[in-house]
Design a protein around this ligand. Structure first.
Ligand code: 13P
Length: 257
């Protein structure tokens, strides 16, 4: 059984007071949900990570970062290490988000280095993969995913793979209001699981959680979660208010597989 995981990626939104307010609101709204059946993760900007971790401490909600650098410490201006994230109370780290790949030069190789550092430090990685609109229209979706999955997850062992969460986020569905249809998302996520079977083994592949991300809203979460290979969601815009994110979490928890 794979435990459902719903994560909110707040991107570059929320000041510290706003982040505290949102985290408190979600804690109040979601406290009754059983943490055994669903994992809830909030990924604020670095500046609010400590505060969000403090608010969510001893609750059914975890905090996570949106990026990390693989070195332990050193002269790397602007970067943040795994140890620093743990110090700020984070349990999860998003790696290789398409916005980082698109605007900040993230590559499969840097994603792989970050992944190894995160696993070594006992944090839980959420590794993002996904094709662009042009790649989809050219019929290259599976090739792109094959390349991203193989190279981002290179040289990790089965136990590490099981601890890793994958987020399939088609770039054309991010922040556009265009969700992949549940069928489109399922097709790709089934393909990704198939790759994991070949790279590791069946037992490992069926244990790995694969989230869908891209315009997830309260209105579409149930249908997405009903797909056999969709184990949760990575939510952007709709994670920024208590109403929409708590509704997504509650509806996701109701879907019994
Ligand atoms: P939206 O939910 O705003 O489309 O963003 C998805 C995303 O990029 C989450 O990481």
């Amino acid at each position: 059984m794979r435990k459902t995981i719903i994560a909110g990626n707040w991107k570059m939104y929320k000041t510290i007071p706003e982040a505290i307010e949102l985290a408190n609101g979600l804690k109040r709204e979601l406290f009754e949900l059983d943490g055994q059946t669903i994992e809830i993760v909030l990924c604020p900007p670095f500046t609010a990570l400590s505060e969000v971790s403090e608010v969510t401490q001893n609750s059914n909600i975890n905090s996570g970062a949106q990026d990390v650098y693989w070195q332990e410490e050193g002269a790397f201006t602007g970067e943040v290490s795994c140890k620093m994230l743990k110090d700020a109370g984070a349990h999860f780290v998003i790696i290789g988000h398409s916005e980082r790949r698109q605007f900040f030069g993230e590559t499969n190789d840097s994603v792989n280095k970050k992944l190894k550092a995160v696993l070594k430090n006992g944090l839980i990685p959420i590794v993002c993969v996904g094709e662009s609109l042009q790649e989809r229209e050219l019929g290259k979706t599976f090739d792109v995913l094959n390349n991203q999955v193989h190279n981002s997850l290179k040289d990790i062992n089965k136990e590490e793979m099981v601890r890793t969460v994958i987020a399939y986020e088609p770039v054309w569905a991010i922040g556009t209001g265009k969700t992949a249809t549940p069928k489109q998302a399922q097709e790709v996520q089934e393909y990704i699981r198939g790759l994991l079977v070949k790279m590791f083994d069946k037992e490992t592949a069926v244990s790995v959680r694969i989230q869908y991300g891209g315009s997830v809203k309260p209105d579409n979460i149930t249908e997405l979660m009903n797909q056999p290979d969709i184990d949760g969601a990575l939510v952007g815009g709709a994670s920024l208010t208590v109403e929409s994110f708590s509704e997504i979490v509650k509806r996701a928890q109701k879907v019994k597989k």
